[in-house]
Design a protein around this ligand. Structure first.
Ligand code: ADP
Length: 373
């Protein structure tokens, strides 16, 4: 029997939600069925107000599909992005950004995360992690509950950027994220030796990264910022495909060579239908610390032009300054260390732009896992 979407949906019709007596397909919970060989994935989009109470449904759905002949692995991502019945009929008090839903006794991975956004780059060294950390802190500055997940297996820098060095503890089931400057954070660098993660091959890296997302007790978050591994290879593509991403921010430096790679990153996300929230030009203008004069070491404006050419938003420019690097090195990103500096202000303005973009991406269902069959 060749697996296809109909077979999966038929099987899932055998799983009934005891709360309503209706099956989970008829209830509209199942989205984004993917079939890749013998691996099946889908998303259960449940009412945020129901929170953790729907966990048994996730387990039942996973069991049902796993029992199908020809299925070797099943990934079920449960999201609580669906507006509640009350919210849909306009009778609920606003739950604010991200739809936290009712407090859950046992937060489950990404179930309470409003949206996940990726920060990516076509290649390493362009300041992707610096942007991810400052963006996360800038979003927190706007009053959002924010998490930062460092998935950069090639150079996890979030522990250094946020001054974190404690091993994360577990509550028996899930890892507790660490906290810094009001945001929650988890990094592959806190869990394994850097040299171990670097040699992971595609499937190992992807499953470790997926686990970091689901096996961390993030609790209610408006947004989880995912610092992606640099580049556009298999690991990045699979991660972009299998993570329920609400959008992606692509970081580039202005020179032509970097922009070629940034375009590839934009194309990668577009291929898997992840909306591009915008492009950031980092190391845009160099401000001489002694004389204050500006120069454009890597050129200037290339990312803005490339964004307009590709038809994606341009989010802003971050200058190349000693302070950005020095603040990062002391574990206090510039948004914390000097928010009123040019670079600090630029990051805060970018966070504003990104948050404004959420309103657009929130109108669409989370792209989640994408239909490929
Ligand atoms: P990536 O994640 O793309 O590999 P990082 O964020 O780790 O890049 O940045 C690489 C190096 O460049 C770090 O030392 C960082 O402090 C520095 N850096 C990044 N952006 C800037 C900037 N705008 N000004 C000065 N230094 C920067």
């Amino acid at each position: 029997m060749t697996l296809n979407r109909e077979i999966i949906l038929d099987t899932l019709r055998s799983v009934t939600d005891p709360a309503t007596g209706r099956d989970i397909v008829a209830s509209g919970f199942v989205t984004g069925v993917t079939i890749r060989g013998d691996q099946v994935g889908f998303v259960l989009e449940v009412d945020p107000a129901a929170g953790r109470t729907k966990e048994p449904l996730r387990e039942a759905a996973e069991r049902a599909v796993r029992a199908l002949p020809g299925v070797a692995g099943v990934t079920v991502v449960m999201t609580a992005e669906r507006p509640s019945e009350a919210a849909r009929s306009g009778t609920s008090p606003s739950s604010g950004h991200g739809g936290h839903g009712a407090p859950s006794q046992e937060p489950s991975g990404i179930a309470q995360v409003g949206r996940i956004i990726a920060v990516a780059s076509g290649k390493g060294g362009v300041g992707k992690s610096t942007v991810a950390a400052n963006l996360a802190l800038g979003l927190a500055h706007l009053g959002l509950d924010v998490g930062l997940l460092d998935a950069d297996i090639y150079g996890p820098s979030v522990p250094k950027l946020l001054g974190l060095n404690k091993k994360p503890e577990t509550d028996g089931k899930k890892l507790r994220p660490l906290e810094a400057f009001g945001i929650k954070a988890m990094s592959i660098g806190l869990l394994v030796e850097e040299s171990a993660a670097m040699i992971w091959r595609g499937p190992m890296a992807t499953s470790a990264l997926m686990q970091m997302m689901t096996d961390v007790a993030w609790g209610p978050l408006d947004v989880l910022v995912l610092d992606m591994p640099p580049g556009t290879g298999d690991i990045q593509l699979t991660l972009a495909q299998r993570t329920p991403l609400a959008g992606a921010v692509v970081v580039s430096t202005p020179q032509d060579l970097a922009l070629i790679d940034a375009r590839k990153a934009v194309t990668m996300f577009q291929k898997v239908s992840v909306p591009i929230l915008g492009v950031v030009e980092n190391m845009s203008t160099f401000v001489c610390p002694s004389c204050g004069s500006t120069s454009h070491i890597f050129g200037h404006g290339g990312a803005r032009d490339a964004a307009s050419e590709i038809g994606v938003p341009f989010l802003g420019e971050i200058p190349l300054t000693m302070q950005v690097r020095e603040c990062s090195d002391t574990g206090h990103p510039v948004v914390v260390c000097n928010p009123s500096s040019t670079a600090g202000g630029a990051f805060l303005a970018i966070a504003d732009e990104v948050a404004a973009g959420f309103e657009t991406v929130r109108q669409k269902p989370m792209p989640a896992i994408h239909i490929v069959d």
